[in-house]
Design a protein around this ligand. Structure first.
Ligand code: 5RP
Length: 236
């Protein structure tokens, strides 16, 4: 296992150990490459999981839950979640984060908002003072396909992201399509703008055609980062 993978696993194990209480019955599971370690740790609770139901944010986490033999649920059955665990592309000093590197942020935000407790897990590279420090591809924005060109114009113009672009699939075969059959735009912003993620998130959400923005502001209770030296940094 590489150093980065070890860091992700460390973060996931610490987050589950501290935040998954015996009384928790409904658990949200996000997406990405760190979340499998969350599921691995939860799986090790064994019998305790029999009374639990797991709500995945998308295809990948659904497969994880199913292949672990854990109970699968949906957010329309369980609109109140005890605790949701998810990865992040970057987390700032105030626990705001960028998500959507995997184009899953709409459903992830639903699970985060439905949760009484929202916990982030990541490796040390995601732990930053200000968003956009290492994750330079921009803020992921899910848009309805009908409106994508207009939204791009809006973002490149008044909203202030001149290099905003439609996310293309590998080998540029066509646009990336989300689990909700929408497109994804990546919109980079200046450092100063990213110091106030709530304001830019609100501005983008006002654009007609935007479904959801990959900025999660004031949502997480804590973020766990696995470090190279085997320690875990916790931001609360
Ligand atoms: C997917 C996400 C992921 O949680 C985010 O990209 C982090 O992924 P990873 O754990 O692979 O670094 O938001 O849309």
């Amino acid at each position: 296992m590489s150093g980065i993978e070890r860091s992700k696993r460390l973060a996931a194990f610490a987050a589950v150990d501290e935040n998954l209480l015996a009384k928790h019955r409904v658990i949200g599971i996000g997406s990405g490459s760190t979340v499998p370690y969350v599921v691995e740790r939860i799986f090790s609770r064994g019998e305790e999981n029999k009374d639990r139901v797991f709500i995945p944010s998308g295809f990948q986490s659904k497969e994880l839950v199913v292949s672990a033999g854990m109970n699968l649920g949906d957010v329309d059955q369980y609109p109140i979640i005890d605790v949701t665990f998810d990865g992040a592309d970057e987390v700032d000093a105030n626990l705001n984060c960028i998500k959507g590197g995997g184009a899953c942020h709409l459903r992830e935000k639903v699970l985060a908002e439905a949760a009484k407790i929202f916990i982030l897990v990541a490796d040390y590279r995601k732990n930053v003072e200000f968003l956009g420090t290492n994750f330079s591809q921009g803020v992921p924005i899910e848009v309805v396909p009908f409106a994508y060109a207009k939204v791009l114009q809006n973002l490149r113009g008044v909203v202030g992201s001149p290099t905003a672009s439609l996310r293309m699939a590998v080998k540029k075969a066509g646009p990336v399509v989300s689990d909700n059959a929408n497109f994804i735009i990546d919109a980079p912003f200046d450092r100063e703008v990213m110091k106030d993620p709530y304001t830019i998130m609100a501005k983008i959400k006002m654009i007609t055609g935007v479904v959801e923005v990959g900025l999660f502001c004031h949502m997480a209770k804590a973020a766990y980062f696995g470090n190279e030296d085997g320690t875990v940094t916790i931001k609360r």
